[in-house]
Design a protein around this ligand. Structure first.
Ligand SMILES: Nc1ncnc2c1ncn2[C@@H]1O[C@H](COP(=O)(O)OP(=O)(O)OP(=O)(O)O)[C@@H](O)[C@H]1O
Length: 470
């Protein structure tokens, strides 16, 4: 059976000989000569086996194997090395590589080792996690394989998990998958979005309150912790939690007990915590807005979801999946052609999978034909300021230049008019990316939420138009 092999070797003659020998065996071989190229290729696609030299022009192929493991945890690695020292062999076996071949080596033996490596490869855990099981996590990119592998590691225990990643990358879905596949699946799954609850109500929401605990507490209420007893509590946007709630949460995590607001009694709860954040908590810890001790309590098992633009190979599969969902929700049945999928794949998706889902639903609704084509995609995608020249913003400069010559107001208010012309699509884009959530849109733009509110009112943008459909 043909396998896809990544060969990392900077000696051209050796690379050619190995490539030819493995191609004769019927394998596909992609060769490269540096650590950086290796890492780039691993991001682009998955390989069945990697063969690597150690001494490469830009680094040590073995010392950097951790990076390979992060993206391709199950891929067997065969090390080829001219440094026939014990130290190299020990380093190779310590790194968990499949085989170590001191140079010069026998090509038949190498071909045999490749066959063995593929045959002994640990089963990819994703098989348990994709649609086959009725679970919603889609995507077979190397990056998602790493996520699946981490998920499988927490299914047989109750370790606290911290899911990080930009808005819309699927953090809540990961929490649901952990719950549904783990031993707590028969218990409740309770999700709390910390950012969506006013600060003064958050503690009562999480821990409940006794009657009379505060004005308006007319009767006793059970909080999310107690509701999640025996199951999983998903704490979304943990970075938005005010200090007093952080302290209370830390105490609950340390003791496994909670106290309702205004209550005296401590109540034991059996809850698995999965927390999530789209913010970088490190600077928040440094400036004192997030408790360091709470961070360590939550970050027992970190799972990072890369942004969609770093796993573009998943875009087409996700788009097809969402077309199916759209149809199931009563939208017209559509298919999509290759060029349209390629256009979706090229887009940068600042709002990640959520934005892709929203656009696919819009496409299903608006397409003039049964088959969605590229023109329809181009119409639906938000204005791309720098498509041709993102690094320098050249496309954007061009667009502004055109706007200046074509639409320049005559009354000398160019600056304000230009700002408005610029802000309108920028805010619309941010709102589309965050499903209409103004707080997140403000975070995405790095501006104050009140500033955003004020400007969108002035510009007559309606955030509800971008409201989440899920
Ligand atoms: N891998 C995936 N496969 C299928 N659907 C996905 C995937 N990732 C995300 N989605 C879909 O994208 C949308 C956003 O996902 P989700 O709410 O889990 O993101 P999030 O990271 O928790 O966002 P936020 O930080 O804004 O809360 C949902 O509709 C979800 O079903």
């Amino acid at each position: 059976m043909a396998h896809h092999i990544l060969l990392v070797e900077d000696d051209k003659a050796i690379a050619t000989v190995i490539t030819e020998a493995l191609r004769e065996e019927g394998h596909d071989v992609t060769a490269c000569d540096s650590v950086s190229r290796r890492d780039a290729l691993l991001q682009e696609r998955s390989f069945d086996v990697m063969l690597t030299d150690i001494m490469l022009t830009d680094g040590d192929g073995l010392a950097t194997i951790g990076k390979v493991r992060n993206v391709a945890p199950n891929m067997p690695v065969i090390v080829l090395s001219a440094q026939n020292t014990l130290d190299t062999a020990v380093r190779a076996s310590d790194s968990g590589v499949f085989e170590y071949f001191p140079k010069p080596f026998d090509l038949d033996e190498l071909a045999h080792a490749v066959r063995q490596a593929v045959a002994n490869r640990p089963a990819a855990p994703q098989a348990d996690l994709d649609e086959a099981e009725g679970l919603p996590l889609i995507g077979r990119s190397a990056a998602m394989q790493g996520v699946y592998r981490m998920i499988t590691r927490v299914l047989r225990n109750d370790l606290t998990v911290l899911v990080t990643g930009e808005s819309g990358t699927g953090k809540e879905l990961v929490a649901e998958a952990i719950h549904q596949l783990g031993s707590r699946k028969t218990g409740p799954f309770i999700a709390v979005n910390t950012a969506a609850i006013p600060h003064e109500l958050l503690e009562s929401e999480l821990f409940g309150h006794e009657r009379g605990a505060f004005t308006g507490a007319v009767k006793q209420a059970i909080g999310k912790f107690e509701q999640a007893n025996g199951g999983t509590l998903f704490l979304d946007e943990i970075g938005d939690m005010p200090a007093s709630a952080q302290t209370r949460l830390l105490r609950a995590l340390q003791s496994g007990r909670i106290r309702r607001v205004g209550g005296r009694q401590e109540i034991g709860v059996n809850v698995r915590i999965v927390a999530a954040t789209n913010r970088d908590l490190t600077p928040m810890i440094a400036n004192g807005s997030f408790r360091e001790d709470l961070y360590y309590r939550l970050n027992v098992v970190p799972i990072h979801l890369p942004p969609l633009r770093e796993r573009r190979e998943d875009v087409a599969t996700l788009a097809q999946h969402f077309l199916g969902q759209a149809e199931a929700e009563g939208l017209p049945r559509r298919s999509i052609d290759e060029a349209a999928l390629a256009a979706l794949t090229r887009n940068d998706w600042p709002g990640n999978v959520r934005e892709l889902r929203n656009i696919v639903f819009r496409l299903a609704l608006l397409a003039r034909d049964d088959v969605i084509d590229q023109a329809t995609v181009d119409d639906c995608l938000p204005q791309d300021f720098g498509a041709d020249d993102t690094a320098s913003g050249g496309g954007f400069k061009l667009a502004l230049g055109e706007w200046l010559t074509a639409e320049k107001p005559a009354d000398g208010t160019v600056y304000h008019a230009a700002l408005a012309a610029f802000e309108q699509p920028l805010f619309e884009h941010a709102l589309a990316a965050t499903g209409g959530n103004q707080l997140r849109a403000a975070q995405l733009l790095g501006i104050n939420r009140n500033t955003l509110r004020k400007r969108i009112t002035e510009l007559e943008i309606e955030p509800v138009r971008y409201a989440r459909r899920n």
